[in-house]
Design a binder for this molecule. Structure first.
Ligand SMILES: Cc1cc2nc3c(=O)[nH]c(=O)nc-3n(C[C@H](O)[C@H](O)[C@H](O)COP(=O)(O)OP(=O)(O)OC[C@H]3O[C@@H](n4cnc5c(N)ncnc54)[C@H](O)[C@@H]3O)c2cc1C
Length: 322
């Protein structure tokens, strides 16, 4: 009996989310009195998972799986789950994990709960707390199937060290042509930028910035903080920023540690996608802007005065602490 965790990687290196899902899997394993096995795909630094409580890693080395393929990845994980006699499978809340988890659930006749924010409340019955109503509430959800799949919300559980020695084994599942019915031929990725999904800090701009020509200060602030840039829906609808930056209910969800909203009113559809962020800072010239009610810190002021000052202060701070 083991807990199986799907640890994602990029360019052969584990992603930050891999350490969080591994930490979560260890917490589940401790509750069940079992151990954690990870499954990763063409990953070089699997041994690092031992630091977070993983005792065995199955590293899939099949060249055909060099790029993400939901069907083939799900089938590989399903086979590993069976051979490891797995009771609980843990995945992240990334787009890829949310793509493959329902396929995995169908293959294993497993119950799948995404957006889980804490270790299981109990393991018998198996009950987890997840976000509901676009992050406006929580649902306490029971999974009654033999195999359970838990999707952990980004930055909700955190990364916890739990020193174990991980043995790494090469693993290849039995895949057929049907598993490659849909495959990526080529992936064009923006290079050198922090992606919203992986970002610890997100700097986001809204219609209050008046036009695309004013985004230089948003990009500069993001660069100093090592942050990703994002925007509200109308900003991307008007073509001021690429659609990939649109966050909110109908855009990308943000669950960063710090979300800085500049010139964004805080409409319910925007908040729905960003309220899972741990600390929210709002800069808005209107003291009545609804976003202030959801903010941890607020600055009432003109973004064109506040942001350059913030940039200057951060530069000074960095220079003093270099
Ligand atoms: C079905 C549906 C889905 C939607 N999905 C999304 C979604 O996913 N994401 C999303 O963002 N929106 C979404 N929307 C749109 C949403 O309702 C709002 O219209 C939108 O979020 C407003 O964007 P904004 O805050 O940038 O613009 P505005 O509402 O125009 O707000 C601009 C803000 O900037 C402030 N401001 C103005 N000048 C300055 C200045 N100089 N300095 C500082 N502040 C200034 C203003 O006080 C104001 O609060 C959706 C709407 C619908 C109907």
């Amino acid at each position: 009996m083991s807990v199986l965790v799907y640890t994602e990687s990029e360019n052969g290196k584990l992603k930050k989310s891999a350490y969080e899902v591994a930490s979560y899997a260890k917490a589940v394993a401790d509750q069940l009195g079992s151990s954690v096995t990870a499954i990763s795909f063409n990953t070089e630094n699997n041994d690092q998972l031992g630091t977070y409580g993983v005792s065995k890693v199955l590293n899939v080395t099949d060249d055909k799986l060099a790029t993400f393929n939901a069907l083939a990845y799900a089938n590989s994980i399903a086979q590993a789950a069976k051979s490891e006699n797995t009771q609980v499978i843990v995945v992240s809340s990334s787009t890829n994990s949310k793509f493959l988890a329902p396929i995995l659930a169908a293959k294993l006749k497993a119950g799948y709960v995404p957006n889980v924010v804490a270790a299981p409340e109990s393991t018998s019955p198996f009950s987890v707390k997840r976000t509901a109503f676009s992050n406006k509430g929580f649902a306490h959800t029971e999974i009654t199937t033999d195999i359970k799949i838990v999707g952990v919300s980004n930055n909700a559980f955190g990364i916890m060290e739990n020193q174990t020695t991980a043995t790494v084994e090469s693993y290849n599942a039995d895949l057929s042509d049907a598993d490659f019915a849909v495959k990526s031929i080529e992936i064009d990725k923006v290079a050198g930028q922090v992606t919203i999904a992986d970002a610890d800090i997100v700097v986001s701009g809204g219609r209050g910035l008046k036009g695309p020509e004013n985004w230089g200060m948003i990009e500069e602030l993001a660069e100093i903080l090592g942050a990703a840039t994002a925007c509200s829906k109308p900003v991307s609808d008007m073509g001021w920023r690429p659609h990939g930056e649109h966050v909110g209910q109908t855009g990308k969800p943000v669950a960063s540690n710090l979300y800085i909203a500049i010139g964004i009113s805080g409409a319910i559809q925007h908040l729905a996608g960003v309220s899972a962020s741990k600390t929210k800072v709002v800069i808005n010239s209107d003291p009545e802007a609804p976003f202030f009610k959801a903010a941890d810190y607020g600055i009432v002021g003109d973004a064109f005065e506040v942001v350059p000052q913030l940039i200057e202060k951060l530069k000074q701070f960095k220079a003093q602490n270099a």
